[in-house]
Design a protein around this ligand. Sequence first.
Ligand code: AMP
Length: 388
Amino acid sequence: MKKLKDLNIKGKKVLIRCDFNVPIKNGKILDDTRIKASLQTINYCLEQKAKIILFSHLGRIKEKSDLEKNSLLPVAKRLEKLLNKKVIFINETRGEKLEKAIDNLHEKDIILVQNTRYEDLDGKKESSNDKELGKYWASLGDVFINDAFGTIHRAHASNVGIASHLESAIGFLVEKELNALSYLNKPNKPFIVILGGAKVSDKIGVIENLVTKADYILIGGGMAFTFLQSEGYNVGNSLVDYESIDFCTKILNEYPNKILLPIDVNVTTEYSNDTENEVKDITDITDEQMGLDIGEKTIKLYKKYLKDAKTVLWNGPLGVYEFSKYKKGTKKILEFLVKNEIKTILGGGDIVAAASSFKDKIYHASTGGGATLEYLEGKKLPGLEILK
Ligand code: AMP
């Protein structure tokens, strides 16, 4: 698989698939981490005097009313500020206007093409990797760089499609993500995995793949209650993923000393930040209560294991961190990892959002939750396979 530096891109038309799928509300970008993460690749192409054509998706496009709110225009404006350079925004995904703009490009000019998923309105052309569309986009450039780690586990026209027709390589961001994840194949030990978030079913593949490599798996978040229910505890109204109970029973039987569960939880009566809460041992949860965070005793217990860790992989928050009352478990454990300088890889999605204030102190915070999970499950990633 080639890397950006392996290609001669001097003066060439370089198509770059970025991941600009950032949260936007009323036209305002709420978090530009992903845009910033693309800068190294774009700046390198500028240094090489390439003509740059950027592609990205943003959100999902199911009907016409999804178009305007998922326009990449705010991203073009933010990019201009970050690069201190004009970014030509083309409000089309194909056609004469786009082709002319590309013909008129000078060295070091940058075009941002409108959201690739605008093509989904017409028979999901982008998301189903329509052959003609990939071929058409490829015809617009000389080489292709895939730097969108967040969609590397998907076969779309803007990654697999284009790469099928052009000399292609990965960009610096994808390279960095892969280096961090491949470190987990031979991590310094003890290696501890922390898993939280909502559903066990999303993480079964990861648990199965990592349970033999990790020294311990510490469980929190909503998924802890499916494990606790499988052990016979009354979890009241807590989130339970009933289809995964058999899996939990099986894996706890096979690895009784490796998988750790909370011993106390912060409970309330409604999924809300406003109802009364209290911390209870897991033996004492009543029918009307639901657990929304791990408790103090569990935080202490988990710290005892993490104290000696040399590598930590963490996916999913340990509580409903969006509510101020239930972010404590996630925050305390994050602070502990940072304070003790434990090499920590955050597997994208909510845990990265929860750790935004610690960003610079974490060894690696992935830009792709789904892609990281599929990599850790040992699955092949189509966006990479096509480059091999
Ligand atoms: P996931 O996408 O599976 O990583 O899940 C992330 C979501 O899990 C976040 O929105 C959290 O609010 C939610 N979550 C974490 N802990 C709990 C809990 N105890 N009960 C319900 N939801 C939770």
